[in-house]
Design a protein around this ligand. Sequence first.
Ligand SMILES: [Zn+2]
Length: 349
Amino acid sequence: MMDPSTTLAEQAVLPKLPPLDYRIPRWAPEDLESRSCPFCGSQSRVVLRRPDDLPVAYCNVCSVWYVASIPAREKLEHFYQDYYDAFRPARLDARTAKFMMRAAGVNARTDLRIIRLAAIVGSLRAKRVVDVGCGLGGFLLSMQATSAEVFGVEISKEAREFARRYLGLLVYEDLSQCLVQTGPVDVIVLNDVVEHLDAPAELLVTAVKALRPGGVLAIWTPNGGAAGTDLVCAREWVGFRVDLEHLQYLSTRTMLLLAGVLGLTVEHLETTGFPGLAGIDQKPRAPSWLRTRLQEARAAVSWTPLGSAARVLRRTFTDMSRSDTPERTMGTYHLFAILKTAAGTTRTL
Ligand SMILES: [Zn+2]
């Protein structure tokens, strides 16, 4: 059995998962800091290495997998500048904004997270919603299309300025700054955020304190529960081989435990969907003008009655047992939780 304070030499003999994602960060050993469980602070032994060489441990207390040696915060912030570049559209201009606004109306009716939130909260009309890590503001626009009052938080200056200037959204640099403007809010959304943070508990506590009585916290994150609880199962899980900027992998049990500690009730909990693996084994292509236009044209057709009819026909004649044609609610890659403030006070982690 390996001691939690394993040396780099000892870690080197741990099983290393084969690469799958083209983008493998190369961290220098001097940039890394060892850490214990990001939720309870206990130390667990590391059991495997991801393709980026970073060691992964499993906390039995929190049922969470976590990277046990992570880059310092300033190194992570630098890394995310390039990370964002790989996802940004060709041009952040009025045309992109117009396309996003058209897409928002459709997404407001079809986005699983919005459908679930509306079911829990009731009407989203006039509800005060904050999306932390809102990127260019696509999800905010969809929420706005439900008549919610929306606010964003985004660390990328370029994304923030685009959302403000072209989409007319109120987007702030950090959550505390945002909350000064909004006061207590009805909904805080963390889409693909908690897995990226070196100290996720800090953000959760801040978010919960900002909720009105009866307000909800929605968390969408990779489902670490799909990795099981031991090495035999974990080394088979695709989540440790893609998106190597992820630093922790929460499970349904982690959500239940967090809800208890934060004084929240679990209103909704589901695992769903698949990782986006198409083309990830190749070097990402820079977004070109032509490719962006083609994607827009394809999306525009899918929003027409013709597109709807094509989807109905495909569902009717597709054998759902085939693994290459999964329904979006099949799969277990994502974890989606909606946690609600109970009457009375919330606690800190
Ligand atoms: Zn823990």
